[in-house]
Ligand binder design. Structure first.
Ligand code: UDP
Length: 246
Protein backbone atom coordinates (compact mmCIF):
# COMPACT_ATOMS: atom_id res chain seq x y z
CA UNK A 1 0.00 0.00 0.00
CA UNK A 2 1.05 3.58 -0.72
CA UNK A 3 3.00 4.86 2.30
CA UNK A 4 0.65 7.80 2.45
CA UNK A 5 -2.37 5.53 2.93
CA UNK A 6 -3.67 4.16 6.19
CA UNK A 7 -6.12 1.27 6.03
CA UNK A 8 -8.84 1.32 8.65
CA UNK A 9 -11.19 -1.67 8.46
CA UNK A 10 -10.24 -1.97 4.80
CA UNK A 11 -10.87 1.67 3.88
CA UNK A 12 -7.67 3.31 2.56
CA UNK A 13 -7.43 6.80 4.04
CA UNK A 14 -5.05 9.35 2.57
CA UNK A 15 -2.63 10.49 5.24
CA UNK A 16 -2.43 14.08 4.05
CA UNK A 17 -2.93 17.36 5.83
CA UNK A 18 -5.75 19.63 4.78
CA UNK A 19 -3.29 21.88 2.92
CA UNK A 20 -1.87 18.88 1.07
CA UNK A 21 -5.35 17.71 0.08
CA UNK A 22 -6.22 21.16 -1.23
CA UNK A 23 -2.92 21.52 -3.11
CA UNK A 24 -3.44 18.21 -4.86
CA UNK A 25 -7.08 18.95 -5.61
CA UNK A 26 -6.19 22.34 -7.11
CA UNK A 27 -3.62 20.71 -9.40
CA UNK A 28 -6.21 18.18 -10.51
CA UNK A 29 -8.75 20.94 -11.04
CA UNK A 30 -6.29 22.86 -13.21
CA UNK A 31 -5.46 19.73 -15.22
CA UNK A 32 -9.17 18.91 -15.49
CA UNK A 33 -8.63 15.45 -14.02
CA UNK A 34 -11.83 13.77 -12.92
CA UNK A 35 -11.71 13.34 -9.16
CA UNK A 36 -13.89 11.41 -6.76
CA UNK A 37 -13.24 12.75 -3.27
CA UNK A 38 -14.75 11.07 -0.21
CA UNK A 39 -14.66 12.39 3.34
CA UNK A 40 -15.26 9.41 5.58
CA UNK A 41 -16.10 9.29 9.29
CA UNK A 42 -16.55 6.21 11.49
CA UNK A 43 -20.25 6.03 10.61
CA UNK A 44 -19.40 5.75 6.92
CA UNK A 45 -16.76 3.09 7.57
CA UNK A 46 -19.22 1.07 9.65
CA UNK A 47 -21.91 1.43 7.02
CA UNK A 48 -19.49 0.25 4.32
CA UNK A 49 -18.87 -2.92 6.35
CA UNK A 50 -22.59 -3.70 6.01
CA UNK A 51 -22.99 -2.77 2.36
CA UNK A 52 -20.40 -4.42 0.08
CA UNK A 53 -21.49 -2.39 -2.97
CA UNK A 54 -20.85 0.83 -1.04
CA UNK A 55 -17.53 -0.54 0.24
CA UNK A 56 -16.43 -1.24 -3.37
CA UNK A 57 -17.58 2.21 -4.38
CA UNK A 58 -15.38 3.82 -1.71
CA UNK A 59 -12.39 1.89 -3.04
CA UNK A 60 -12.91 3.67 -6.36
CA UNK A 61 -12.41 7.11 -4.78
CA UNK A 62 -9.30 9.05 -5.78
CA UNK A 63 -8.96 10.41 -2.27
CA UNK A 64 -10.45 9.51 1.09
CA UNK A 65 -10.08 12.16 3.78
CA UNK A 66 -10.14 11.29 7.50
CA UNK A 67 -13.25 13.14 8.65
CA UNK A 68 -13.61 12.87 12.40
CA UNK A 69 -11.53 12.32 15.47
CA UNK A 70 -12.68 8.67 15.58
CA UNK A 71 -10.64 7.96 12.44
CA UNK A 72 -7.56 9.67 13.89
CA UNK A 73 -7.87 7.68 17.15
CA UNK A 74 -8.32 4.42 15.24
CA UNK A 75 -5.19 5.10 13.17
CA UNK A 76 -3.20 5.79 16.34
CA UNK A 77 -4.42 2.60 17.90
CA UNK A 78 -3.29 0.69 14.81
CA UNK A 79 0.16 2.33 15.07
CA UNK A 80 -0.30 4.10 11.76
CA UNK A 81 -0.84 7.66 12.98
CA UNK A 82 -2.78 9.98 10.75
CA UNK A 83 -1.31 13.48 10.65
CA UNK A 84 -4.48 15.43 11.11
CA UNK A 85 -8.22 15.26 11.11
CA UNK A 86 -9.61 16.77 7.93
CA UNK A 87 -13.24 17.73 8.53
CA UNK A 88 -15.39 17.48 5.41
CA UNK A 89 -16.88 20.89 6.09
CA UNK A 90 -13.43 22.54 6.21
CA UNK A 91 -12.37 20.78 3.01
CA UNK A 92 -15.49 22.13 1.33
CA UNK A 93 -14.68 25.68 2.53
CA UNK A 94 -11.12 25.27 1.24
CA UNK A 95 -12.38 24.11 -2.16
CA UNK A 96 -14.72 27.10 -2.33
CA UNK A 97 -11.84 29.44 -1.44
CA UNK A 98 -9.81 27.94 -4.30
CA UNK A 99 -12.77 28.22 -6.67
CA UNK A 100 -13.02 31.88 -5.73
CA UNK A 101 -9.33 32.64 -6.21
CA UNK A 102 -9.06 30.68 -9.46
CA UNK A 103 -12.50 31.61 -10.79
CA UNK A 104 -13.75 28.06 -11.08
CA UNK A 105 -17.27 26.89 -11.85
CA UNK A 106 -19.16 25.33 -8.95
CA UNK A 107 -22.41 23.32 -8.94
CA UNK A 108 -24.26 22.88 -5.63
CA UNK A 109 -26.68 19.98 -5.43
CA UNK A 110 -28.59 18.68 -2.44
CA UNK A 111 -30.64 19.68 0.63
CA UNK A 112 -34.17 21.05 0.69
CA UNK A 113 -35.15 23.70 -1.83
CA UNK A 114 -35.18 26.68 0.57
CA UNK A 115 -31.95 25.49 2.19
CA UNK A 116 -30.02 25.25 -1.07
CA UNK A 117 -31.34 28.64 -2.19
CA UNK A 118 -30.14 30.31 1.00
CA UNK A 119 -26.84 28.40 0.97
CA UNK A 120 -26.15 29.58 -2.59
CA UNK A 121 -27.05 33.20 -1.73
CA UNK A 122 -24.61 33.07 1.20
CA UNK A 123 -21.94 31.42 -0.94
CA UNK A 124 -22.22 34.12 -3.62
CA UNK A 125 -21.58 36.79 -0.99
CA UNK A 126 -18.71 34.96 0.66
CA UNK A 127 -17.00 33.86 -2.59
CA UNK A 128 -17.90 36.61 -5.10
CA UNK A 129 -15.39 35.50 -7.76
CA UNK A 130 -16.47 31.88 -7.79
CA UNK A 131 -18.58 31.17 -10.86
CA UNK A 132 -21.94 29.66 -10.00
CA UNK A 133 -22.43 26.89 -12.58
CA UNK A 134 -25.82 26.07 -11.06
CA UNK A 135 -27.67 24.54 -8.15
CA UNK A 136 -30.51 22.13 -7.43
CA UNK A 137 -32.21 20.72 -4.34
CA UNK A 138 -31.60 17.10 -3.44
CA UNK A 139 -35.11 15.68 -3.52
CA UNK A 140 -35.41 14.12 -6.94
CA UNK A 141 -35.05 10.58 -8.23
CA UNK A 142 -31.30 10.03 -7.84
CA UNK A 143 -31.32 7.32 -10.48
CA UNK A 144 -32.66 9.72 -13.11
CA UNK A 145 -29.87 10.37 -15.67
CA UNK A 146 -31.48 13.68 -16.67
CA UNK A 147 -30.02 15.43 -13.64
CA UNK A 148 -26.54 14.15 -14.47
CA UNK A 149 -26.93 15.59 -17.97
CA UNK A 150 -28.15 18.90 -16.57
CA UNK A 151 -25.20 19.25 -14.20
CA UNK A 152 -22.71 18.16 -16.87
CA UNK A 153 -24.09 20.73 -19.32
CA UNK A 154 -23.20 23.49 -16.84
CA UNK A 155 -19.54 22.39 -17.04
CA UNK A 156 -18.65 22.56 -13.35
CA UNK A 157 -15.06 22.25 -12.12
CA UNK A 158 -16.36 21.44 -8.65
CA UNK A 159 -19.58 19.59 -7.77
CA UNK A 160 -20.69 19.64 -4.13
CA UNK A 161 -23.25 16.93 -3.44
CA UNK A 162 -25.25 17.07 -0.20
CA UNK A 163 -27.60 14.08 -0.11
CA UNK A 164 -26.06 12.39 2.95
CA UNK A 165 -24.23 9.06 2.60
CA UNK A 166 -24.51 6.57 0.90
CA UNK A 167 -26.76 8.41 -1.57
CA UNK A 168 -24.24 11.14 -2.42
CA UNK A 169 -21.32 8.80 -3.19
CA UNK A 170 -23.55 6.57 -5.33
CA UNK A 171 -24.71 9.55 -7.36
CA UNK A 172 -21.18 10.95 -7.71
CA UNK A 173 -19.92 7.65 -9.04
CA UNK A 174 -22.58 7.65 -11.77
CA UNK A 175 -21.92 11.31 -12.51
CA UNK A 176 -18.16 10.92 -12.91
CA UNK A 177 -18.61 7.84 -15.09
CA UNK A 178 -20.08 10.00 -17.80
CA UNK A 179 -18.46 13.40 -17.09
CA UNK A 180 -15.19 14.45 -18.71
CA UNK A 181 -13.88 16.35 -15.71
CA UNK A 182 -14.76 17.79 -12.33
CA UNK A 183 -13.91 17.34 -8.67
CA UNK A 184 -16.95 15.79 -6.98
CA UNK A 185 -17.38 15.41 -3.24
CA UNK A 186 -20.22 14.42 -0.93
CA UNK A 187 -20.69 17.07 1.73
CA UNK A 188 -23.52 15.57 3.84
CA UNK A 189 -25.36 18.20 5.83
CA UNK A 190 -22.97 21.06 4.92
CA UNK A 191 -25.54 23.11 2.99
CA UNK A 192 -27.70 23.19 6.11
CA UNK A 193 -24.76 24.87 7.86
CA UNK A 194 -23.90 27.13 4.90
CA UNK A 195 -27.52 28.31 4.75
CA UNK A 196 -27.55 29.11 8.47
CA UNK A 197 -30.29 26.54 9.14
CA UNK A 198 -27.96 24.36 11.19
CA UNK A 199 -25.15 25.67 13.34
CA UNK A 200 -21.70 24.20 13.45
CA UNK A 201 -20.51 23.35 16.93
CA UNK A 202 -18.71 26.24 18.72
CA UNK A 203 -14.91 26.36 18.27
CA UNK A 204 -14.27 25.17 21.84
CA UNK A 205 -16.48 22.13 21.32
CA UNK A 206 -14.60 21.40 18.08
CA UNK A 207 -11.24 21.73 19.87
CA UNK A 208 -12.29 19.39 22.66
CA UNK A 209 -13.39 16.86 20.01
CA UNK A 210 -16.85 16.57 21.52
CA UNK A 211 -18.86 17.61 18.46
CA UNK A 212 -20.66 14.28 18.72
CA UNK A 213 -21.91 15.25 22.21
CA UNK A 214 -22.99 18.67 21.00
CA UNK A 215 -24.96 17.14 18.11
CA UNK A 216 -26.51 14.56 20.40
CA UNK A 217 -27.79 17.31 22.69
CA UNK A 218 -29.19 19.31 19.78
CA UNK A 219 -30.76 16.33 18.07
CA UNK A 220 -31.32 13.45 20.52
CA UNK A 221 -32.83 11.33 17.75
CA UNK A 222 -29.28 10.87 16.43
CA UNK A 223 -28.32 8.61 19.32
CA UNK A 224 -28.96 5.46 17.26
CA UNK A 225 -26.45 6.63 14.64
CA UNK A 226 -23.91 7.43 17.33
CA UNK A 227 -23.82 3.85 18.46
CA UNK A 228 -21.72 3.38 15.33
CA UNK A 229 -18.77 4.96 17.16
CA UNK A 230 -18.27 2.38 19.96
CA UNK A 231 -18.99 -0.39 17.44
CA UNK A 232 -16.32 1.12 15.19
CA UNK A 233 -13.70 1.22 17.98
CA UNK A 234 -14.50 -2.40 18.82
CA UNK A 235 -13.88 -3.43 15.20
CA UNK A 236 -10.63 -1.43 15.16
CA UNK A 237 -9.47 -3.33 18.26
CA UNK A 238 -10.24 -6.58 16.45
CA UNK A 239 -8.20 -5.41 13.44
CA UNK A 240 -5.32 -4.61 15.81
CA UNK A 241 -5.40 -8.05 17.42
CA UNK A 242 -5.46 -9.70 13.99
CA UNK A 243 -2.43 -7.68 12.87
CA UNK A 244 -0.53 -8.53 16.06
CA UNK A 245 -1.02 -12.24 15.37
CA UNK A 246 0.51 -11.95 11.85
N1 UDP B 1 -30.86 15.11 1.50
C1 UDP B 1 -31.13 15.32 0.15
N2 UDP B 1 -31.83 14.37 -0.52
C2 UDP B 1 -32.24 13.22 0.05
C3 UDP B 1 -31.95 13.02 1.42
C4 UDP B 1 -31.25 13.99 2.12
O1 UDP B 1 -30.76 16.33 -0.41
O2 UDP B 1 -32.85 12.41 -0.61
C5 UDP B 1 -30.11 16.16 2.22
C6 UDP B 1 -30.75 16.69 3.49
O3 UDP B 1 -31.69 17.70 3.18
C7 UDP B 1 -29.53 17.23 4.23
C8 UDP B 1 -28.40 16.31 3.80
O4 UDP B 1 -28.90 15.59 2.66
O5 UDP B 1 -29.23 18.54 3.79
C9 UDP B 1 -27.99 15.32 4.86
O6 UDP B 1 -29.17 14.70 5.27
P1 UDP B 1 -29.25 13.73 6.50
O7 UDP B 1 -28.59 14.36 7.67
O8 UDP B 1 -30.64 13.22 6.62
O9 UDP B 1 -28.36 12.57 5.92
P2 UDP B 1 -27.48 11.61 6.72
O10 UDP B 1 -26.19 12.37 6.96
O11 UDP B 1 -28.29 11.33 7.94
O12 UDP B 1 -27.35 10.47 5.79
Amino acid sequence: MDEKKVSILGIPFDNLTQIEFLTRLLIRMEKQQKTFLVTANPEIVMYAKEDPAYFDLLLKADYIAPDGIGIVRAAKKLNMPIRERVPGFDLMLGLLDLSNTHRKRVFFIGAQEEVIEQAVQNAKKRWPDMILAGYHHGYFDHSDPKMIEQVKASKPDLILVAFGFPRQEKWIYQYLKSADYGIAVGVGGSFDVLSGKAKRAPKLVQKLHIEWLYRLMKQPSRYQRMLALPAFMKKVNQQKRKEQKK
